[in-house]
Design a protein around this ligand. Structure first.
Ligand code: GLP
Length: 245
């Protein structure tokens, strides 16, 4: 595992966008695995800047997102589809038909999971997967206890994850209770993985990721079995590692 400790959120975002840009420069038709949440927003901002300044071209790029809420229309303001358009896709020259996000509004959820895993296997697997991390160690929406052998599946969100995401909704009742997520095995199919973490809120999770053994009770620890993992964290998220060594 490579670890890059950035001074703050901005430097963390710059370091991750640089790695993504290198990937696209090397392979313009690369496939990127993308994440939502607050953490990667700065990275998307930097990538938009690169496009505007003529340093990045996304014409041939494909993207595969990690997850989506069940029951939300893609146009819903809190859907991850909307998030990606609002924060990234609308500002760059990506071909929208090459952007993949699970469809959460379907009646046939199991079928949607199988379809999505096929997308990962045929369009992807991603050359590079960007990840955030939940305070309880979740990646995508893979909550503690998820099998390391899991592929795309439906999850019941834990109260702690719903609470952490409630800030984006009008009230806690509006936060969906289920989501479709790439599984741990699906995520591990990527060639390279970058995991981002910022802020003291993530310090315990980063400590456990670095020092713990792979354990299904802490989903991010599965990544320790990947041979090309880079953690990019800011000093606040790295605080506990630094303090305890
Ligand atoms: N499904 C997403 C995850 O992909 C994300 O990593 C996590 C952390 O979010 P944040 O980056 O806002 O802390 O939130 C959600 O649960």
């Amino acid at each position: 595992m490579n670890i890059i400790v950035a001074k703050d959120y901005k430097e963390m975002s710059q370091a991750s966008s640089r790695m993504i840009e290198e990937q696209i420069t090397k392979k313009p038709d690369a496939v990127l695995g993308l994440a939502t949440g607050g953490t990667p927003l700065g990275t998307y901002k930097e990538l938009v800047r690169s496009y505007k300044e003529g340093r990045a071209d996304y014409r041939f790029l494909s993207t595969i997102n990690l997850d989506e809420y069940v029951g939300l229309d893609p146009e819903h303001h809190q859907s991850y589809c909307y998030f990606m358009n609002q924060n990234f896709f609308q500002f760059i020259n990506i071909d929208k038909k090459n952007t993949y996000i699970p469809y959460g509004k379907t009646e046939g959820l199991e079928q949607e999971c199988r379809r999505y895993e096929e997308v990962i296997d045929t369009v992807g697997p991603p050359d590079l997967q960007l990840l955030g991390i939940g305070e309880n160690g979740h990646i995508g929406f893979n909550e503690p206890g998820t099998s390391f052998d899991s592929e795309t599946h439906i999850v019941h969100l834990t109260d702690s994850t719903r609470e952490a995401n409630a800030r984006f909704f009008e009230s806690m009742e509006d936060v969906p209770t289920k989501a479709i997520t790439m599984g741990i095995r699906s995520i591990m199919k990527s060639q390279k993985i970058i995991l981002l973490a910022s802020g003291e809120r993530k310090a315990d999770a980063i400590y456990q990721l670095i020092h713990g053994e792979p354990d299904e009770q802490f989903p991010a620890s599965s990544l320790k079995n990947h041979d090309d993992l880079t953690l990019i964290v800011d000093e606040d998220a790295y605080k506990k590692v630094q303090r305890k060594g």
